[in-house]
Design a protein around this ligand. Structure first.
Ligand SMILES: [Mg+2]
Length: 95
């Protein structure tokens, strides 16, 4: 097992430090968003609109970063928020 593979239970699941550093902030944002907005819509198109609104904020942050008016940390923050909304949609997919 590679040193950077920090989770490896019965060889069924492996996640690198690099991926943990991505997924843990997404999970923290997912929990924050659930507390802040506990009533996630049931309608998939409304869910999509919320996720796309976050993705639009990524677009703005990237453009602003490109033209020197924003930071890469803000791009990362908006990506994490978008990823959290993707997780929320995934969690709410029809069974
Ligand atoms: Mg956002």
């Amino acid at each position: 097992m590679e040193k950077e593979d920090v989770i490896n239970r019965k060889d069924s699941f492996v996640m690198s430090y690099e991926h943990l550093a991505i997924f843990i902030p997404v999970q923290i944002e997912f929990i924050r968003a659930n507390k802040l907005h506990p009533n996630f819509p049931k309608d998939m198109f409304q869910q999509l609109a919320i996720m796309q609104e976050e993705a639009g904020e990524v677009t703005k942050a990237v453009l602003d970063y490109h033209f020197g008016k924003d930071t890469i940390e803000h791009v990362r923050e908006e990506l994490i928020q978008t990823a959290a909304m993707c997780v929320r949609m995934l969690q709410n997919l029809p069974k």
